[in-house]
Design a protein around this ligand. Structure first.
Ligand code: MHF
Ligand code: KIV
Ligand code: MG
Length: 281
């Protein structure tokens, strides 16, 4: 969008849907208000991902993330942003039991946070759920390929589409979620030929993470691109900054200055009240 025709209001679900085959959709994860405020200047879509369990809470997987956590971080991201479309992940165990359970969780998250849509992990096996939600006013972004909530059935975070079987399954999943009414689909950890084939085969935008440039958009975990999440450096992450090192350096300086009483100086202290200008205490 040009600087002279700045659009007001948030990017909507239909607007994202209409970006299929057009300019790439820019997406990053967001978990907090201050970060959302920065990302909002540049992103079409902010995803409140359940990856926050690992990135913010230090968990080993996303499985222990709760609906309350997603609601609280969803609210924070909504408060911090004003332009981007906000999508919130449904956490593990909050939607797989039945389409009714999925609707209950999704409508609660939409109502509490004001976000535009939810995302859920699953392909053909969740097509009925996706249709149920979509028909009832809950826009759904699907998530196929490497599904982190399947870590225990897959025996790890394993890339998909390298062999005939997973390639076929991932393509079938993409077709199933598109047919069921998903407005977009995250394709994670999927090799280029399969991601390309999927993007060509379905009429909704594909948003890739470790799924090549063939997708209609890209998403990454913000802390990964900023170099803030130091114990995760997989192949698909590109580091655009080294904020982790910047934090260490700044905090090290502060610690030195406190220990040597260089901080605080008068500049950082409240002065005495001036005559006739008594501060309230
Ligand atoms: N910080 C962070 N960034 C992420 O992208 C992310 C999370 N956390 N947590 C939730 C999921 C988990 N994700 C992951 C985690 C690990 C691999 C990984 O280790 N992949 C290996 C092997 C893949 C293979 O070839 O099978 C790799 O080398 O990329 C991939 C995606 C992506 N998501
Ligand atoms: C990385 C994206 C796609 C995600 O699902 C998450 O952050 O939880
Ligand atoms: Mg997720």
């Amino acid at each position: 969008m040009s600087a002279t025709s700045k659009k007001m209001g948030r990017t909507s679900v239909p607007e994202l849907r209409a970006r299929k085959g057009k300019d790439p959709i820019v997406c990053l994860t967001a978990y907090t208000a201050p970060m959302a405020q920065r990302l909002d200047e540049h992103c079409d879509l902010l995803l409140v991902g359940d990856s926050l369990g690992m990135v913010v809470y230090g968990m080993e997987s996303t499985l222990a993330v709760t609906v309350d956590m997603m609601v609280n971080h969803g609210k924070a991201v909504m408060r911090g942003s004003k332009n981007a479309c906000i999508v919130v992940d449904l956490p593990f165990g909050s939607y797989q039991e039945s389409k009714e359970q999925a609707f209950r969780t999704a409508s609660h998250i939409l109502a509490e946070t004001g976000c535009a849509a939810v995302k859920l992990e699953g392909g053909a096996e969740l097509a009925e759920t996706i249709e149920f939600l979509t028909m009832r006013g809950v826009p759904v972004m699907a998530h196929i390929g490497l599904m982190p909530q399947q870590v225990n059935t897959m025996g790890g975070f394993k890339s998909q589409g390298r062999d005939e079987e997973t390639a076929r399954k991932t393509l079938a999943d993409a077709k199933a979620v598109a047919k069921a009414g998903a407005f977009s689909v995250v394709v994670e950890g999927t090799v280029e030929p399969v991601a390309r084939q999927i993007t060509e085969a379905i009429d909704i935008p594909t948003i890739g993470i470790g799924a090549s440039v063939a997708c209609d958009g890209q998403v990454l975990v913000t802390e990964d691109i900023l170099g803030l999440f130091s114990d995760f450096t997989p192949k698909f992450v590109k580091r655009y900054a080294n904020l982790g090192d910047a934090v260490s350096e700044a905090v090290g300086q502060y610690a030195d200055e406190v220990r040597t009483r260089q901080f605080p100086t008068d500049e950082h202290c409240f002065g005495l009240a001036k005559k006739g200008k008594l501060r309230a205490v």
